[in-house]
Design a protein around this ligand. Sequence first.
Ligand code: GDP
Length: 461
Amino acid sequence: MKYQDTIAAIAVSSKNGSISVIRISGDDSLKIVSEIFFNAKNEKISLESCQTHTIQYGFIQNAKNELLDEVLVLIMKAPRSYTAEDVVEIQCHGGAFICQKILELLVEKGVRIAEPGEFTKRAFLNGRLDLSQAESVMDVIRSKSKVALENSLSQLTGKVKEKIVSLREMILEDIAFLEAALDDPEHISLEDFSSVMGEHTKLLREEVKYLLDNSENGRIIKEGIRTVIVGKPNVGKSSFLNCILRENRAIVTDIPGTTRDTLEEELMIGQTLLHLVDTAGIRNTEDKIESIGIEKAKQSVKEADFVICILDSSEELSEEDKNIFNLMRKKQGIILLNKSDLTSVILPEQIQKMTEKKVLPFSAATGEGLRELEAYLNERFMLGSVSYQDEIYITNMRQKQALYETAESLRNLSESIEAGMPEDLYSIDLYNAYESLGKIIGETVEDDIVDKIFKDFCMGK
Ligand code: GDP
């Protein structure tokens, strides 16, 4: 392995926590920390001569021998460390100020401040993580729900990699056979190859399709069920949002059409993460600003996993209400008859005749119906029957793009086979599929893309 300069960053630093961690990685990390570390007897010791995976107790002192902090120093020698390089972690007491001082001291000794994601990038470059694992590190950090976390963790342990490697192996075998046969037609016959290839391609396409279909579930697990709230102005959309969030984030107002843009919120209902989108009132309008909001609302419904349609039960059903109904016809959703605390003009039975969706009396003012709605959503989206641990969900956009490319190459391949094209033409599509699958685990990713991916990480990771 070539020489790696030594980098450092504050890895854990919560404002109110009692311990912070400074992580140092690179060829000189042990040597450099030895220069500022003193043991309990106030003696300098060489951390290089300490055993790996041990903890040293002591103090950090600056060049003037002033005490900065009492610390624990963790030693993890290459390759058994996060980056596969020599790593030292200093656990100190301090808040931001002391951490900063220790970091400055390290820089004086020749350490460079790590760029965002640089530790994980090194882990990848040193072959300790594949790219899908490295990306899942970021997902683990950002996980919003337990299920999302489990999914990221399963990626981190290499489930995606395992699957992709096995698909690539299948392709590579076919490439190898094809190349060999083209090189040595006398001894290796391609007689049945196209039918074998046809079978293989079918299987590969099914696998890739499965991964792509599952990525939809993956998105839901990671980002929540995209739930769009629709209804004409003044039916109580903002009030509903406040009611379900039990806090006053959305501005509640009784002037029609003042929710001009979309408001987005996230909340957990049981095990399910809802990503709520409040749209501007959907109605036909001449007002330019408002009609932009309406376009957005229509778009939001299109992109929704679930639509919550709100009607004002204290008023007659209008044309606008009916238009909104049409908008959500093909979508999964529920209809709330809001303002049930007032005298009802619209009855649930009347609406139920018009739709197969559940119709629920509701009051954003009193909270009536909220329990029932939550129970409904929870039951509806309890993906509990799916085993998260064993499934593979590709949730990352970059990885998904690579899967689409693979699917495209395999489709071309199928077409060539069906059209009875000569076998030597297969190899281009086979290679392309092999390469695009490789992108998922970082086997065929250009350096600049690698840089971009790791820039998205937070510092100290
Ligand atoms: P939006 O335009 O659809 O977002 O509607 P708002 O949430 O701004 O509500 C419009 C008006 O209806 C406000 O005056 C709310 O106080 C009132 N409102 C909303 N929900 C209820 C409800 O369940 N009962 C009653 N009585 N009034 C409500």
